[in-house]
Write a protein that binds this ligand. Structure first.
Ligand SMILES: [Zn+2]
Length: 325
């Protein structure tokens, strides 16, 4: 049995919504920015940059948030349900979100932008045979490809703005190319024997491949795996044996294991310092230069090169790095 009051209220609501839509001029409706919800800050950065004025992008994961362990709140779920499009990274990065996104894909465009990188340019996962390392934002050449994929997906949803998306994606690609050139130059100034990057988890394999650095993570590719005492012991051997003087902490991962490494090396009479904090899986504070993808990578490149004996401009590629980070 239906309740008459409910029906009439619904009908009234419908009439109201209809009336509101009618009073809005067609042009104004078409020009309202596309509402895109992105999962990570890096995906949000691509979508906002390529989308420009046509897109309002919002990222669910803020500074310091670990995407491997991310679980959406009720507000996040609602935001995704209401968005015109959802952009996520994929490649197993947001493991907890996958079932929800698979369901949502039946109702609206849900695109895994990280998965658009050609398979032959992906690095195999260290634990799962059929999977790949998701941390592709660490290589500017790969990230520029992700911007092209964002251009194509946005143009599918809003074909009228295709030329704007193309111009924005080109600008993003040019900036990525400039960043890549800078990284090549400053990282090549690090003495060859010192080109070893020791960090909390394996987020830097793409960085290492792009710039000729050996990368040693305490944890595996996902922060969900526990680092064993054995692994810490092994890395202490490497630090002592190769006289590596600096290791790095990460903004989105606990530095407990890094401290254990430093203490282990000290017990063997080898001094290791923390070379700085790197942005691995999350960008810096919103509104800051480091809170953009370019600023994040500039910070990492400049911090790594500087701590390992390379020559770097104090404030990085664009003279905009914060002194205190
Ligand atoms: Zn990671």
């Amino acid at each position: 049995m239906t309740v008459p009051g409910t029906i009439s209220r619904r009908a009234a609501l419908g009439a109201l919504c209809g009336a509101a839509a009618l009073t809005l001029p067609r042009a104004a409706r078409a020009a309202a920015p596309l509402q895109v919800v992105a999962t990570t800050g890096m995906i949000g950065d691509v979508v906002a940059s390529v989308g420009g004025a046509e897109v309002q992008a919002r990222s669910l994961m803020g500074p310091g948030l670990d995407p491997h362990a991310f679980r959406p709140t009720r507000t996040d779920i609602l935001a995704m349900a209401r968005a015109d499009m959802v952009a996520w990274h994929g490649l197993g990065l947001e493991a907890q979100l996958e079932p929800f996104l698979a369901d949502l894909a039946g109702t609206k465009p849900v695109v895994a932008l990280g998965e658009t990188v050609p398979e032959d340019r992906l690095i195999p996962h260290d634990e799962y045979a059929d999977a790949h390392d998701p941390h592709v934002w660490m290589d500017p050449e790969l990230w520029a490809l992700v911007a092209l994929a964002a251009r194509d997906h946005l143009a599918e949803v809003r074909p009228g703005a295709a030329s704007a998306f193309t111009a924005n994606a080109e600008a993003y690609g040019a900036e990525a190319a400039r960043l890549h050139g800078y990284a090549q130059e400053v990282l090549a100034s690090v003495p060859e024997a010192a080109r070893v990057l020791v960090t909390a988890h394996d987020a830097f394999a793409y960085f290492g491949r792009a710039y000729g650095f050996e990368v040693l993570g305490i944890q595996g590719i996902s922060t969900e795996s526990e680092a064993g005492l054995n692994r810490i012991g092994e890395l202490v051997e490497v630090l002592v044996g190769r006289r590596i003087g600096a290791v790095f902490v990460e903004s989105s991962v606990s530095d407990r294991n890094i401290r254990a490494l430093i203490e282990g090396a000290a017990a063997r009479g080898h001094e290791v310092i923390v070379g700085g904090e790197l942005f691995s899986d999350a960008m810096g504070p919103a509104g800051s230069y480091e809170g953009t993808w370019v600023g994040m990578i500039d910070h990492n490149v400049t911090t790594i090169a500087g701590a390992l004996g390379g020559r770097v401009p104090q404030r990085g590629l664009n003279g905009r790095l914060s002194a205190g980070l």
